[in-house]
Design a binder for this molecule. Structure first.
Ligand code: SAM
Length: 225
């Protein structure tokens, strides 16, 4: 490896500086996306990182998705990116356990003029999914971590062959990569995320990878035949 490249990447500051550079380089986000980012920061609601959300929108576009599914909607931030990337006859189906959060998400989408392309279902996602047979072209999983494997199984059953599934938080705020010996510093959910990551990459139903954007996004494409 060239010296200049080794120096550059031995500097642990680089990833953050690179992320900030790219964040500022992109065009401004929409007014409702700015508002939801601000609301989420103020209220400490967990929403998808902006670079990850932009990446999701790109996945929707390159996969030509028309029917999309989101598990875990919160204030409607990632949904605004996904719905915004769908064609005009596309539909995003959102599931969240909180009626209050879904009301707030719908109000934001209405202000942004994208409410016509999004439907919502309130309840425990594993139950709600029983009523949503699909098929979907694209799905995003971003709800409680305990059910990630159940969500993935349900999503794969509902994706068309060649459909795309994205999964957030697979680096789990740096916890997934922490020394496994150092149990005392690990959150309860970290072993679940680690087991999920292994299973996601080994899943014979998918071609999959995990990319280092935001908090780590898994991307899988369902295998044909
Ligand atoms: C990380 S937030 C979703 C953020 C959203 N995707 C975004 O980026 O704007 C997780 C959401 O999952 C929802 N949730 C938690 N447990 C759930 C369950 N069992 N079924 C459905 N939704 C659930 C929470 O109410 C919360 O809104």
């Amino acid at each position: 490896m060239a010296d200049w490249l080794r120096d550059r990447y031995s500097d642990m500051e680089r990833p953050a500086a690179d992320a900030a550079y790219l964040r500022n380089l992109h065009p401004a986000i929409s007014a409702i996306q700015s508002q939801v980012e601000a609301d989420a920061a103020r209220e400490q609601e967990p929403i998808t990182d902006r670079a990850s959300a932009r990446f999701l929108a790109m996945l929707v576009r390159v996969s030509g998705a028309r029917q999309a599914l989101e598990i875990g909607t919160n204030l409607g931030y990632s949904a605004s990116w996904i719905a915004g990337a769908l064609p005009s006859d596309g539909l995003l189906t959102c599931v969240d356990i909180s009626a209050e959060l879904l009301d707030r998400a719908r109000a934001a989408w209405l202000r942004g003029g994208i409410d016509g392309q999004i439907e919502t279902h309130c309840g425990k996602a594993l139950d709600v999914l029983q009523r949503l047979p699909g098929p979907y072209d694209f799905a995003y999983i971003d709800a409680n971590k305990e059910d990630y494997q159940g969500y993935l199984d349900a999503v794969i059953d509902r994706l068309r062959p060649g459909g795309v599934v994205a999964v957030d938080n697979l680096l789990w705020g740096g916890q997934a990569a922490k020394d496994p010996e150092d149990i005392s510093q690990l959150r309860e959910t970290t072993p679940l995320i680690r087991a999920f990551n292994r299973a996601f990459l080994d899943d014979p139903r998918l071609d999959s990878t995990i990319v280092q954007i935001g908090d780590g996004i898994g991307v899988g494409v369902t295998r044909l035949g």
